[in-house]
Ligand binder design. Sequence first.
Ligand SMILES: [Zn+2]
Length: 726
Amino acid sequence: MKFKRLIGLGLVTLMLGACGGADQGETADEAPAAAADEISVTEAELAGNPFMEEWDTPYGIPPFSAIENGHYMPAMKKAVLELRTDIDAIVNNPDAPTFENTIVALELAGELLGDVASTFGNITGTDTDDELRALETQIYPMLTREFDAITLNPDLWQRVKTIYEQRDSLGLDEQDARLLELRRRAFIRAGAAFTPEVKEQIAEINAEMSAITTTFSQNLLLETKAFTLELTEDDEIAGLSDDFKAAIWNDEKQAWVVGLNRSSYETFMVQAENRELREKLFNGYRLRASEGERDNGPLAIRVATLRAKRAELMGYESHAHYILEYNMAKTPKGAEDFLLRVWRPGLEQAKQERTDMQAMMADGETFAAHDWWHYAEKLRLERYDLDENATKPYFDLENVRAGAFEMANRLFGVTFEEVDVEGWNPVVVSFDMKDENGDHLGLFMTDMYARDSKRGGAWMSSYRGTSNINGDKIRPLITNNLNLPTPPEGDPTLMRFSDVETLFHEFGHGLHGLMTKIDYPMFSGVDGPRDYTEFPAQILEHWTSQPEMLELYATHYETGDVIPTELVDRMLLAANHNQGFYTTEYVAASLLDLRWHMLSSEEAAAITDAHVFEREVLEGYGLIPEIEPRYRSEYFAHIFSSSTGYSSGYYAYLWSEILDADGFAAFKQAENIFDPEVAARLKKWVYEAGGIKPADELYRNFRGSDPSIEPLLEGRGFAVEEAGGN
Ligand SMILES: [Zn+2]
């Protein structure tokens, strides 16, 4: 969730931070050419509004305690009006268009909106309430229409186009040239360059798609709520832990009630001894929204058809071709080939896991899909006997964070000093980050604890991006959010190892935002192709389990002893358990996503049954019947519940893993996880480089070659299939 002082990219940076929610994606390509709203705001409505005043605060952070819910809407309106003034000044400038008066001016437009929208976006993520939720439903559609009106403004596009055509004679440096390239691309991909007739058709498609995807998502929500298992008998709750039973007890019904949200679904599938009930829940989960009046199958077909049609109108072979054009994978074939190289060893391993679990079944019982979670856990306990309470005392938040800072210091020379500034919540702890020369790089604000008003998961965000236009030297305000349970007063915060990895992951996104040396907000931070952006975060996870790092931070909170090697070994082996299954269900969903979006509009329209299409595709790849794709088409919200979302991009999580596994291998090859030369290249070409070059070039500059897939396969415990890069 970050907002940069620019327009044209649409809401994507506003609504989705790094690691943002999976199914709320919005991109610039989706919006109908709707007219902007009538907006007005009076001086009286703005009286005493902190967004209208200079912020006399340390580091220029928002004056959090002075901002009330009622301040947002008037400030937002005022900010939109100022943005219009900025845009009008560019469009109506009587001078011929120049790089400065158009492209740079667009970077500087809407400064107040940057402050208001980033504060609003961050606070609604960390400390929301009913009033703010209601405001979101008014503010985001208003901003969408506003940005559409700008991106589809023909006069503005004409200026951008004119400058682009003169680019070779303008004496632009590398950053200027990149800015011009990306700005033009954003306009084109939104449809700015087409004739009014084509624009109108695109707008019609977008409008229909917006309606269908909303219905898809509402059907899914209703169907997910509609299914429950009510348990009252002892044999129905056999195996369930006290914690889980307490969490699902329903006083009104005097029963334990299990629903279909992923976390209770998986917990039940792991713990429940009652095989018949496991099968019931399994079918409840996978048959959601697949028949009757809330059947999402026909909607998926229609969305795929519309996306294909739109891509064809814009001159692409398919929607997947359109989406992947600027991703690292570049083409649907590139993404598919990559997936298949992981798919084959993953599927082999899954078959072995199936055999191992069949051997644990009672005589005469045949292992089935609804047995997988339950028996995988039995096997894990039998093999590794690992209780997370044994490792937690070695992962005290204070030590873990200090370890992450020490790692960054050894790799990049940066330092962190805790500073006393007022955050958005009393639990926020902030650090002044400096480079190796002692120059200020940015403010790093951390909010580690869960609370009811905060959304789930973990994410990095910013209150202010970086800018160095005309030497203004604005450094960023970067945040990290986790959702650790708050310990009892006075106790240390002891973490699970997976939370330690998450902390390092978000810290990696944070460094990507904090260390940037890019002058233009448009490509200064963590944004980039979807299959690259997770790389700077994921690579840091590798340090968490290295012996040299563990000595630095994994010390017992009472005795100070370093975590025993034997415990670490078991912990890491257990982490790779059941990897065949996880890989197979994930890659199956990724292949399904790609295949839906590689269809032509004619092919998509000819499909009569979404499920038949899905089965044919996945059986074609050899999927075994005991494993379902992670999402079936009827509840694949990542790709069908919003206009673009992750469509053709669900593979990207795994793609980033090639980069982080191969990137970390560079340190292993140097036999030093803090090797100064490798670290210097990582710093220069990844953390400082933003999006100055296409992602594959950045990676090659860091690594000296294209990434190889072998380290990923080894990391997942798979046999390496063949030599060569991917
Ligand atoms: Zn991430």
